[in-house]
Design a protein around this ligand. Sequence first.
Ligand SMILES: [Zn+2]
Length: 345
Amino acid sequence: MSPSVLGNVVKQQVAKEKGTSKVGAISRRSSRLVTGLASHRSRVRSHICGKTQRGSNLITDNRCRLKVQQTGGQSGGTMDLPLTDGIFCGPSPLVMHVPHSSTVIPDEVRADLLLDDSELDLELKKMTDWYTDDLANIALDRAGLNARTVENQFSRLVVDPERFIGDEEPMAAIGMGPVYHSTSDLSPLRLPDPIRDGALIDQYFRPYARMFTKVVDGVLADCGRAIIVDLHSFPTKPLPYELDQHALRPGICIGTDPFHTPDSIVAMAIESFAGLPGGIALNTPFAGTYVPLKHLGRTPEVTSVMIEIRRNLYQEEPGGPRHDGLMTVASGLIKFLSRVVWFGA
Ligand SMILES: [Zn+2]
């Protein structure tokens, strides 16, 4: 990367060593994986412009977008996506990942949370990556790009699909592994219950991981490579659960993995988001990016980068309405996605 490309980027390669693991997401040392959702409502969408849609389970709008809704039918967390070879034949290597935009919590999961309704509302305001689903859709539509988009249809308070299971997950030490036991201010969210946690993992986390892996495998089969763009946002002021309360909080945080994030992709992100308020930095306040475990550290054809947007660039905080800055952020995302699809990896 040339100095001119770096621009106002503040490079913090040591972020991980300083303990700035991304909450929620992938990364700390490297990638992570996906998993997730699925049981009833994880959704995979294909943006396939200029293609003839096939298949009775496809819903089309008038702009060439195809959607597939994953619906019910799961048993014991073994549900597979209704992806059929040949239906999603778009040549795009792009996989958009939107894991934290939903506020949906099923009733049976809600009943187990130790918050009253107003407390839960505030927690969702603080922990949800608001409007990242809109940003992904706006950018793909306006860029006219084919892509597969994996959107978590449930809140991260159900399970967080970007955490590791077991001792690999550093956030588990503060009660924020795949099934959160703590709120963002480290108050109790759930009572300890390993059996319940296991059931949530089986019902939501593992199916999501399988789904994401299947999507990536499909893209690899179609294109010979896959480019995962893991889209998040973070609050302007650190929440108490964050491991590093003093980490730099730029306008755009680019999360990287040493094996799966080539410098060329980082340079494209820096060029695309240049000029946004707050500048750009790598791996701060959160680090890493999501990669399915099957491919983590093994499949160089799977590229991944995390894009984290500081929320005051596009909305009132916490959890308030979007403002005009959202389209400025979207413009940067349009440039970035276009670059990675046409010139990337
Ligand atoms: Zn997130």
